[in-house]
Design a protein around this ligand. Structure first.
Ligand code: ADP
Ligand code: MG
Length: 711
């Protein structure tokens, strides 16, 4: 038996329609087990009457026409019709739409009122098919209270989608009406499966779905087909990517610097200079048509004239000669190139063509390409770099940075190195991403023992689905922190369905991050705050999530204002303030004056006045760490001239095994010293308590990630 869904699609194709009529959509829904109203098609007044009888009153009549997409706006829906009203309604509909291509009039049961929700699917330019859920009816347009996930979704995703909308409480039950959440989750999963199995179905709008306490019922459905011969949404272009790994990009045993220069300040000089000064462990071969000697190294006129093996080439020549250079690299058997040169797709149409030519040569020869238009990579393990920005000493550590912008490895890298105490493992600036993209780097970093945390700065993604898939796998092992700019961009295409018109790129990206378990941040500052917490603390401390199942925080502060700010931040970030045990309250009682009310966040000032800093913090920290109701601790103290600066008992902190984050405020120089002291011992320090709490909330969300959920 031919597949019913294929048949319906083929029928629409034969009639040159991209729009499936309501009765066709409902037949599809019925086929996949989604409950809908019946939907008979009457082609005459008599048929309408007998179908009304067969259905049972009251009934609904709706116009069926490929030219009438929004039926009720056009007067094409007649609700709540009794036995005597069907004839009149039929004739009225036919008369109103006499100039349209009317296929018939649908006759369906009048569903009893329920909560109206919308379930939809559409296409995102980056991630392909996405699923939407929201409150239906008037709420869809007015409130835009909807949530998204990239298809396919898991049961967990579907549940989160519902919980995410502001109107979720309305679904759970309000004034006697409540929705059967399990039946809605089932519809979400079935629509996810439907568009996965039938890529020809480009958009779906089930609007409204009536949700009742005992189940759900689709009362209106629309589906839009992709244009007949359109290529598969995503993926095609990328199938050709050679799956050689990136070892040569980060760990070359020998490197040619093509476009090497003896003139200080030029890129071709600085790259060599960086390699030599940083102490890169492999062989370095300058390439320059004038040959001779550069920085004490013998130079060669062309890469294929180097009489030794060359793993990797750094290309810093003008764009117009890069194609020739690539051919040389191919002849030489180079495994990877890092193209520093600009003047490619970022600049002009001609540049785009050049870039395509470069990639074609690379594919043919099995060469991986980083860039063009970038500073490239840095590896703290072997001190290999392709950067032309002078790099001094680097603190080697466990954080990898991946960025689109080449300047990341320049200016921002310098900022990180000079301001942060965590060290760096790898850096990759991807530039135009002609070949190697974010997902490739993530895959490499997944297997990199030195890297514990991955920070990614993204402007745009080519193949969003692949990124999502790779990120999802890796995020279970190592935290991935993403800062994406350009997030305000709205969905560009004008759309036939509600779903498509509501699916902005920013919302979809946000949803994709949740699905992948990515920590999403919205500024460079937030990125460093979160990265720091992951770099210093165990990414999934047993107290967060794990067995305790908790995100209960104790906050210790030296001022009431700080306590209020902290409480606000906890609420905003979804952390709970721990309810102290009697023992903790008792311990705090000993150091505070009798009039002082003890609660969490703890305002320590009154105690500090009585017994001073050392004792106050010592007692408070020890009590909080010992308290079983406390999963994590945030401690804020001051660094002031003339006052003693508190130094924590690090052994005590380590022994407790709970995440402890600090905040130090006051004199800049003294704060700097305190930060160095504390971070030197492996505990993150923040400049404000709310920033510490934001970082902690990311740690807690990471700890609570479902660890088994395939994509
Ligand atoms: P359109 O979205 O094309 O304007 P609908 O079929 O959604 O048309 O009808 C408009 C409204 O009429 C729906 O939002 C719903 O409230 C109501 N409605 C439609 N069909 C039924 C039905 N079978 N039973 C009860 N109410 C219905
Ligand atoms: Mg509708």
């Amino acid at each position: 038996m031919a597949d019913l869904i294929e048949e319906i699609i083929a029928h629409a194709r034969r009639e040159d329609r991209v729009y499936l009529l309501e009765h066709e959509c409902k037949a599809i829904l019925k086929h996949i087990g989604v409950p809908t109203t019946n939907c008979l098609v009457a082609e005459s007044e008599e048929e309408a009457v007998s179908m009304g009888e067969a259905t049972g009153y009251p009934v609904v009549l709706k116009i069926l026409s490929p030219e009438v997409i929004h039926k009720s706006d056009a007067g094409g829906v007649k609700l709540n019709l009794g036995r005597g009203e069907v004839r009149g309604a039929y004739n009225e509909l036919v008369a109103t739409f006499k100039d349209r291509h009317v296929v018939g009039v649908s006759v369906q049961e009048m569903a009893k009122p329920g909560r109206e929700v919308i379930v939809g699917a559409t296409q995102d330019a980056t991630f392909g098919p996405v699923l939407m859920f929201g409150l239906g009816g008037v709420f869809v347009e007015a409130l835009k209270d909807v949530s998204f996930r990239v298809i396919p979704v898991t049961e967990h995703d579907a549940q989160e989608m519902m919980e995410e909308i502001k109107g979720y409480q309305l679904l759970l039950g309000h004034r006697g009406q409540s929705a059967n959440v399990a039946s809605l989750r089932d519809i979400l999963l079935k629509i996810s499966d439907l568009v996965t199995a039938y890529p020809a179905i480009k958009e779906v709008d089930l609007n409204p779905v009536f949700a009742y306490p005992e189940g759900s019922l689709v009362v209106d459905a629309r589906m839009i087909l992709a244009p007949p011969q359109s290529p598969p949404t995503l993926g095609g272009r990328f199938d050709a990517v050679p799956q050689t790994d990136l070892t040569a990009v980060f760990e070359p045993r020998s490197v040619a610097v093509i476009g090497a220069s003896a003139t200080p300040g030029k890129a071709g000089f600085n790259i060599l200079d960086n390699l030599l000064r940083l102490g890169y462990e492999g062989e370095v071969y300058p390439v320059n048509p004038k040959a001779g000697e550069i920085l004490g190294l013998k130079a060669y006129p062309a890469v294929d004239q180097i009489p030794h093996p060359v793993d990797t080439a750094i290309i810093a020549t003008p764009a117009r000669v890069v194609v020739e250079v690539m051919k040389g690299c191919a002849r030489k058997g180079v495994e990877a190139v890092i193209i520093i040169s600009s003047g490619f797709s970022e600049e002009s149409e001609e540049g785009r063509r050049l870039e395509e030519e470069v990639v074609a040569i690379a594919r043919e020869a099995g060469i991986r390409v980083v860039g063009p238009n970038t500073t490239g990579v840095f590896n703290a393990e072997n001190n290999f770099t392709s950067s032309f920005v002078p790099v001094d000493e680097v603190t080697s550590g466990n954080v990898a940075f991946v960025a689109q912008t080449g300047l990341f490895l320049g200016v921002l890298f310098e900022h990180i190195l000079s301001s942060q105490h965590f060290g760096v493992s790898k850096v990759a600036g991807l530039g135009n991403k002609a070949d190697v993209d974010d997902a490739d780097i993530l895959e490499y970093l997944a297997g990199d023992a030195q890297t514990k945390v991955i920070a990614v700065y993204i402007e745009g993604l080519g193949d969003g689905r692949r990124f999502l898939k790779v990120a999802k796998e890796i995020a279970r092992e190592k935290p991935v922190v993403v800062f994406k700019s350009g997030a305000t961009e709205a969905g560009a295409e004008a759309a036939l369905s509600h779903t498509a018109s509501l699916a902005g790129r920013a919302e979809v990206f946000e949803a994709a991050c949740k699905q992948a378990g990515i920590s999403r941040v919205h500024s460079f500052e937030e990125m460093l705050d979160v990265v720091k917490a992951f770099a210093f603390l165990p990414p999934s401390p047993p107290t967060l999530g794990g067995t305790g199942g908790g995100n209960r925080v104790a906050v210790i502060h030296y001022t009431g204002a700080g306590c209020v700010i902290a409480a606000d931040a906890c609420q905003k970030e979804g952390l709970e303030l721990a309810e102290f045990s009697p023992a903790t309250v008792e311990a705090l009682r000993e150091i505070t004056p009798a009039w002082h009310r003890i609660r969490n966040p703890v305002d320590l000032w009154a105690a500090i006045e009585r017994v001073w800093v050392e004792k106050t913090y010592g007692v408070a920290i020890e009590a909080a760490l010992r308290d079983e109701a406390v999963d994590a601790l945030v401690v804020s103290f001051f660094a002031m001239p003339g006052w003693e600066t508190y130094t924590p008992d690090f052994d005590l902190l380590r022994a407790a095994g709970k995440p402890v984050l600090f905040c130090v405020e006051g004199n800049e120089e003294l704060v700097g010293e305190a930060v160095a002291r504390i971070e030197g011992q492996g505990f993150p320090v923040y400049s404000q308590v709310n920033r510490a709490i934001f970082a902690l909330s990311n740690l807690s969300k990471y700890a609570l990630l479902p660890r088994v959920s395939p994509l």
